[in-house]
Design a protein around this ligand. Structure first.
Ligand code: BDR
Ligand code: CA
Length: 342
């Protein structure tokens, strides 16, 4: 299995990314850090812990709370898409003040929280000492990861790749050209793109093809049985987890319909990052120079993907001046949802 550190802002699709990371047979999840984003940082930390408990995650896993605001810009949450606490409409998760949930937030011997940077540092030091590597996966604004790059350069040689959900190739969702995660903390995203480590971008051009449609819902509710006709009401979920996931997808579907006009279901953006680490062969991708627009009047947070190689970057240099990012372009959607249903 591949080692993963997961950074999230749950968030409906983040919650599914956590599910993948906990239960994918090819993945060894080392820990989860949380960040401001879809909801305030206090909410995203507790939400990640609620997911771990609901998913029956291994006992050693902990949530390490991270940055409550971007490096420079003010924090910007997204209640329109995810509800005020980040997991609007999701039924069956443990309560936010359940002691078993709070016990999953990492604490030191004095009972103080262990924060994202320290959690990542300890886990990646261990990986390095064992001569292994880790994929660091980002499903929210990249503040925690940017800080890690800046403050722990000595550990970057143990990072195999930074895989992030974010950005678009000529496409935005929180402005005409900026995607939410990158728009929230464009400076942190640029720091990660400039790191001397391979980066992999899973942009909305790809995630918008991974739609949890009627067929996915029926397969989730009635595994292995035929999909009902369009007028049939959805069947009742057979297990609490299937019910939780159904309500999660239904709420997210409602947001995507009312905000973006998606008729068939919501895109499961974030889980694609974990699927990439586990099964990169279900993706096609090309390496490009990618930078983030930091100053533009209309374009802050745009990922500028140099598809025509205007910068004449040398193809074999990672980092500043080179083709710094593997940009995924397509995913085999049926394979991805088969992994989800597994
Ligand atoms: C990204 O923004 C959030 O709404 C989702 O969790 C995902 O990470 C999609 O633009
Ligand atoms: Ca997210």
């Amino acid at each position: 299995p591949k080692n993963i550190w997961l950074d999230v802002d749950p968030g409906h699709d983040d919650a599914i990314a956590i599910l993948f990371a906990v239960h994918c047979p090819n993945i060894n999840l080392l820990g989860i850090s949380t960040v401001h984003g879809n909801a305030p940082a206090e909410c995203t930390a507790v939400n990640a812990a609620r997911c771990l408990l609901a998913y029956g995650a291994p006992n050693h896993l902990r949530v390490y709370p991270g940055a409550s605001k971007p490096l420079l810009r003010p924090a910007k949450h997204d209640p329109e898409i995810h509800g005020p606490d980040g997991l609007g409409g999701v039924e069956g998760l443990p309560a936010v003040d359940d002691p078993a949930v709070l016990a999953l937030i990492a604490k030191d011997e004095d009972g103080q929280s262990i924060y994202a940077l320290d959690g990542m540092t300890a886990a990646i030091k261990k990986v390095k000492a064992n001569g292994e590597k880790v994929s660091v996966v980002s499903c929210g604004p990249m503040t925690n990861i940017g800080l890690f790059v800046a403050l722990r350069p000595e550990l970057l040689d143990a990072v195999d790749q930074f895989v992030f959900m974010g950005g678009g190739v000529g496409l935005g969702n929180r402005s005409a050209v900026a995607e939410y995660n990158i728009q929230c903390d464009p400076h942190a995203a640029q720091i990660v793109l400039d790191a001397p480590v391979p980066t992999v971008m899973v942009p909305i051009n790809v995630t918008h093809t991974a739609i949890a449609d009627r067929k996915v819902m029926w397969n989730l509710l009635r595994p292995g049985l035929p999909v009902g006709s369009p007028n049939d009401a959805l069947p009742t979920a057979k297990t609490p987890l299937r019910h939780t996931l159904t309500t999660l997808i239904q709420f997210f579907a409602g947001s995507y319909k009312s905000t973006f006009g998606f008729e068939d279901g919501p895109p499961i953006h974030d889980a694609l990052t974990v699927a990439y680490v586990s099964n990169p062969e279900i993706f096609t991708s090309t390496r490009y120079r990618v930078d983030v627009e930091l100053e533009g009047k209309w374009t802050v947070g745009e990922t500028v993907v140099d598809v025509w190689d205007y910068q004449h970057a040398s193809p074999d240099i990672w980092g500043v001046g080179g083709k710094n990012c593997i940009v995924t372009q397509a995913v085999q959607v049926d394979q991805f949802f088969a992994m989800f249903l597994d």
